[in-house]
Ligand binder design. Structure first.
Ligand code: NAD
Length: 418
């Protein structure tokens, strides 16, 4: 089990569980149960490359906890994916789904591969074979994958098709985040970024501010960061800086996000956008802004740079972007950190909506999806903020405490902990 639990993100997450557990008198039995993932599946995936060679990529699916419902969590394609990272992300899914009051457990998957180095055909072969390898462990009632870093709706379409072929009939509920034409939900693509903006709105509101008079910097311009920028810009926020793997850009008066989206569609990356200046990627984290939204990878705000972060509010679009020592430095300076399990929950909320729509074959309008999402995000924020004020703890500890209360109640009722 060490390979699962020994990584820094896993240990960091369990430290938060321990701290929050004390506030709600979490029993040692419940802690023990939550500490260990239920199971981990490790597979080696052979791919016939375009040049005729064969390459093997290692894939993982870790299923952490299913006390509240079927396992649910994304699939990541990235060269740094390893078992302990996937395990940590699976535990975060358990806590996120509980916090958002969804009837779902927590899981995560990934393949250690740089997807930018694969052709479309190679990506399809990899996805189909990975899906076959884990097919016995996933399904609409068992475990429902979704996109994450390096995967998208096309990846989900291939997963759906492969799984359906394996079981012998079309089974759209096996994945979420798929194209609307084959059972996806309207509003899913924007959901995580929109959830980041709903959380930002609430965090600004409790500090007496409005989105329309704030400056934001967003790290990452993928599925989360781009939509956070689009939604924030649409509501009047000044998005002064964004970045992606190619570099960072800045405009003190605000970047025209509609133009930037068009530019990225053509050029794939933000680098070279004509109406902004290039800055060093690390500089983005330290700009004088009201809100910083890290929406790329983990551990980007660290003990080394935390004291230079000038944002008053951090909204964690990514999973685990703030390390433990950074958290302590920022909390002691009064920075409000809206933690990942709250701030990036919009994606899984709309994934849940998609799963429900696939079960009943009745599809909702985009407006309905967005309104329902807002209601859930606002309610979760209020609960977490209320707990944090009542108990004098930061938002991260409060979010975990709220999540653990529901999880422990479910475990006790099921006789799974006592
Ligand atoms: P993505 O692959 O669509 O986008 C990732 C973005 O980060 C890209 O723009 C990439 O260029 C950029 N990036 C990579 N390395 C970078 C670096 N060093 N500096 C700056 N930018 C860099 O992935 P995503 O789905 O947007 O996921 C981003 C984060 O959000 C991850 O932590 C993921 O787990 C989390 N998340 C995603 C969802 C979802 O619905 N997609 C839901 C919840 C949480």
């Amino acid at each position: 089990m060490d390979a699962l639990t020994s990584g820094p993100l896993y240990q960091n997450t369990m430290k938060i569980v321990r701290d929050a557990g004390k506030l709600i008198n979490l029993s040692p039995n419940s802690f023990e149960r939550l500490y260990y993932p239920r199971r981990a599946i490790v597979v080696n995936v052979p791919v016939k490359m375009d040049d005729g060679t064969l390459k093997v990529f290692t894939g993982y699916r870790v299923q952490h906890n299913q006390m509240l419902g079927p396992f649910k969590g994304g699939i990541r394609y990235h060269q740094n994916v390893d078992l302990s990272e996937v395990a940590a992300l699976s535990a975060l899914m358990t806590f996120k789904n509980s916090l958002l009051n969804l009837p779902l457990g927590g899981a995560k998957g990934g393949v250690a591969v740089d997807p930018t180095k694969l052709s479309k055909t190679e990506t399809e072969i990899l996805t189909r074979r990975f899906t076959s390898e884990i097919a016995g462990f996933i399904g609409p009632d068992k475990d429902i994958p979704a996109p994450d870093v390096g995967t998208d709706s096309q990846t989900m379409a291939w997963m759906l098709d492969t799984y359906s072929n394996d079981v012998g009939f079309s089974n759209t509920g096996v994945v979420t985040g798929k194209p609307v034409e084959i059972g996806g939900s309207l509003g899913r693509e924007a959901a995580t970024g929109l959830g980041v903006i709903y959380t930002t709105q609430k965090a600004l509101e409790v500090t007496g501010r409005k989105l329309s008079d704030c400056k934001m910097a967003i790290q990452g311009f993928g599925k989360v960061g781009m939509h956070a920028a689009i939604e924030g810009y649409a509501l009047g926020a000044k998005v002064v800086a964004v970045s992606d793997v190619s570099g960072a850009i800045h405009h003190e008066r605000g970047i025209n996000i509609a133009d930037l989206v068009r530019y990225v569609k053509e050029n794939k990356v933000v680098k070279g956008f004509p109406d902004a200046s290039a800055i060093q990627p690390d500089e983005l984290l330290e700009l004088d802004v009201d809100v910083l939204a890290p929406c790329a990878l983990e551990a980007v705000i660290t003990g080394e740079n935390a004291s230079r972060v000038r944002a008053k509010i951090i909204v964690e679009g990514a999973n685990g972007p703030t390390t433990r020592d950074a958290d302590e430095i920022l909390t002691s300076r009064g920075v409000i950190i809206c933690p990942d399990i709250l701030a990036n929950g919009g994606g899984v909320v709309v994934s849940y909506f998609e799963w429900v729509q696939d079960i009943v074959w009745l599809f909702w309008s985009e407006e309905e999806v967005r309104n329902k999402l807002r209601e859930i995000m606002f309610k979760a924020f209020d609960k977490v903020y209320g707990f944090s004020k009542q108990n004098g703890v930061n938002m991260r500890t409060a979010a975990m405490a709220v999540s653990l209360s529901r999880l422990e109640r479910a475990m006790v009722l099921r006789g799974a902990a006592w």
